[in-house]
Design a protein around this ligand. Structure first.
Ligand code: HEC
Ligand code: HEC
Ligand code: HEC
Length: 236
C-alpha cells in the first residue's frame, strides 16, 4: 500500500516533526531572559580576567561612546552591533535592549545558567562549585543545557563566525557599520578579546583518552583557535 515515495514522505515528516519538537522543547525549557552584566557578577570581580579587562574593552562602552545622545541611540540598525538583546526577553521590565556588547551578546541569555550556578538542583549556592570539583564536564554540560553558549564549542562553529556577526573583513561587506570602513583583522582582534581561563574542565580535557574525547565531543572545542595557548593571567 505504501509505495517507496510515500514511505519516504512519511518517514521524512516523522523525522521533521521530531526535529521540530526537539527544537521547540529546547527553547521552551529555556524561557531564558537576558540579565545584563550585573547578572554576571561572579565573573566580574576584582582580579577576574573577564570582568576587569572587559571594562577596558571597547565592547563594554560602545553604546555610550557611539550612540548615546545621538538620534541613533535607539536605532535597531545600530543596536544590533552596538547593543545587546534587542527585541529579546530582558529580565528588567520595560527594557527593549541592553546598551553595549555585553557578555550575553555572545554567551546567550543568562537567567537559566545563572540559576544553575546560584542553586544547582535546588541545593544551594555551593552546590555548583562542588559539582565543578567533582565532575567538571558535567558542570559544563548543565550550563550548556541551560543556555550558555561558547562559540567554537556549542555555539557558532567558529569564534570567527561569531565575530563576523558584527565585524567584517571586507570594506564592501553589506553587513558593515555605515560609520566606518575599518575592517577586522581577525587574528589581532582575537588576541585582544581572548578571555579564556584555565578552568577545571580544561584540566580534565588534557588528560582525556581519545575515546572519551569522542564521547564528550559536544562539550569540547572544535575550533582550533580555542586550543591555542592562553594569555598569561593578570595578577591581582
Ligand atoms: C554590523 C555591525 C554594525 C552596525 C550595524 C553598526 N555598527 Fe557602528 N561600528 C561597528 C564596529 C565593529 C565598529 C568599530 C570598527 C573598528 O574600530 O574596527 C563601529 C564603529 C562605529 C563608530 C566609530 C567610527 C569611527 O570613526 O571610528 C560610530 C560613530 C558608529 N559605529 C556608529 C554607528 C551607528 C550610528 C550605526 C547605525 C546607523 C552603526 N554604527 C551600525 C559595528 C556596527
Ligand atoms: C564578543 C563576544 C564575547 C563577549 C562580549 C564576551 N565573551 Fe566570553 N567568550 C567569548 C568567546 C568567543 C570565548 C572563547 C574564546 C575566547 O576567550 O575568546 C569566550 C570565553 C569565555 C569564558 C571562558 C570559557 C572557558 O571555557 O574557558 C568565560 C568564563 C567568559 N567568556 C565569560 C565572559 C563574561 C563574564 C563576559 C562579559 C564580561 C564575556 N565573556 C563577554 C565571546 C565573548
Ligand atoms: C554584538 C556585536 C559584536 C560582536 C558579536 C563582536 N563585536 Fe567586536 N566590536 C563590536 C563593536 C560595536 C565594536 C566597536 C567598539 C567601538 O569602537 O565603539 C567592536 C570592537 C571590537 C574591538 C576593538 C577594536 C580594535 O580592533 O581594537 C575588538 C578587538 C573586537 N571588537 C573583537 C571582537 C572579537 C574577537 C569578536 C568575536 C569573538 C567580536 N569582537 C565580536 C561589536 C561586536
Amino acid at each position: 500500500m505504501f509505495g517507496g515515495k510515500t514511505t519516504g514522505y512519511i518517514l521524512g515528516s516523522i523525522v521533521f516533526s521530531v526535529c521540530s519538537l526537539a527544537f521547540s522543547l529546547n527553547n521552551a525549557s529555556f524561557g531564558a531572559e537576558y540579565t545584563g552584566n550585573s547578572g554576571c557578577k561572579c565573573h566580574m570581580g576584582k582580579g577576574c580576567f573577564e570582568g576587569e579587562e572587559y571594562k577596558e574593552r571597547l565592547h563594554s562602552n560602545t553604546w555610550e561612546k557611539r550612540l548615546k545622545g545621538t538620534p541613533d541611540a535607539e536605532n535597531p540598525d545600530c543596536l544590533k552591533c552596538h547593543g545587546s538583546a534587542y527585541g529579546e526577553k530582558i529580565a528588567e521590565a520595560g527594557k527593549k535592549y541592553l546598551p553595549n556588547v555585553q557578555c550575553e551578546a555572545c554567551h546567550g541569555a543568562g537567567s537559566e545558567y545563572k540559576k544553575v550556578k546560584d542553586n544547582y538542583e535546588g541545593k544551594g549556592k555551593d552546590a555548583f562549585k562542588e559539582l565543578l570539583k567533582k565532575d567538571p564536564l558535567l558542570a559544563r554540560k548543565v550550563q550548556y543545557d541551560a543556555g550558555l553558549i561558547v562559540a567554537g564549542i556549542n555555539g557558532p562553529a567558529t569564534v570567527k563566525e561569531q565575530c563576523l556577526k558584527c565585524h567584517w573583513e571586507n570594506k564592501d561587506d553589506k553587513n558593515k557599520c555605515p560609520k566606518t570602513d575599518k575592517v577586522m583583522d581577525y587574528k589581532d582582534a582575537f588576541k585582544k578579546d581572548d578571555h579564556r581561563d584555565n578552568d577545571e574542565v580544561d584540566d580534565v580535557i588534557k588528560k582525556m583518552s581519545p575515546e572519551d574525547k569522542k564521547k564528550w565531543a559536544a562539550l569540547l572545542p572544535k575550533d582550533e583557535i580555542l586550543n591555542s595557548p592562553l594569555k598569561p593571567k593578570k595578577k591581582e
